[in-house]
Write a protein that binds this ligand. Sequence first.
Ligand code: ASP
Length: 307
Amino acid sequence: MGRTVLILGTGGTIAGVSATPDDHVGYRAGALGVEALAQALPELSGLPLSFEQLASIDSKDMDFVTWQRLATRIQQAVTDEATEAVVITHGTDTLEETAYLLHRVLDTPKPVILTAAMRPASSRSPDGPQNLLDAITLARSAGVHGVLVSLHGKVHAADRVRKVHTYRVDAFDSPDGGPLAFVENGCVRSLAPWPTPSGLGIKRLMRSPWPRIEFLTNCVDADGALVPLLQELAEREARPLGLVVAGTGNGTLSTALEAALMRAQSQGVAVLRCSRCAAGPVLGGELPSAGSLSAPQARVELLLQLL
Ligand code: ASP
């Protein structure tokens, strides 16, 4: 028996059940255990897999405590000689945040693959079984490493992946560069080098208090009035404050919003600027830029900077 692939379940639509096979929206996410999902795949029988149910949640409710538990368990598993790789089943809604967090904190040369589904397991044509199979294929393929997101036959880097569609099964994309690989008929076709996790370490996730990181968006008539209110709130909570602002276009901000953010920054608030556009980096400008990260990923980045 070879080394084991640990399959960690966290819930999501991939484990969802609805009342009828044609209902793809009115289901209960995370209703099935991860082992039951794998049992529906005869292709997996006899493979050295182990299963753990870390959570059973809709990923819209993912929280910091579950992140602490997840990152800790994965780091433990990949440090164990007996583990070849880790596959995580997750909801699609916050997948890009969890993937980015793991990419930044984990320290491992082993593959850590996140997968998910857009249709519940009870669907007439669910996408979860193929996605799970592909994720395990990827995890067991020679030379693969890094924190990767595998869905709909595409393999994405954790720092570029974005959920780009609310309903279709092909809901994820890596804007500006495309996927790193495809999984086709049980084979991995690699297009680009595998990434290496940053290895910041999971210890920083145990610090407290966790900062309050809020989103702001530039838009017509954005006046920045929320900025001092958020400063007051964070002060009352005795938590450090970080503000991620999704600017228009190349991260541009209205004069009033920019002034409010500059003032806050001079008073010790951490500010990170990204774009509300679907793709492209934020270049230049006075306030710090999050590069090509999506707004949710920029929020994770700022969180890690403040922890
Ligand atoms: N709300 C679900 C979740 O994120 C959506 C999905 O998994 O597709 O858990």
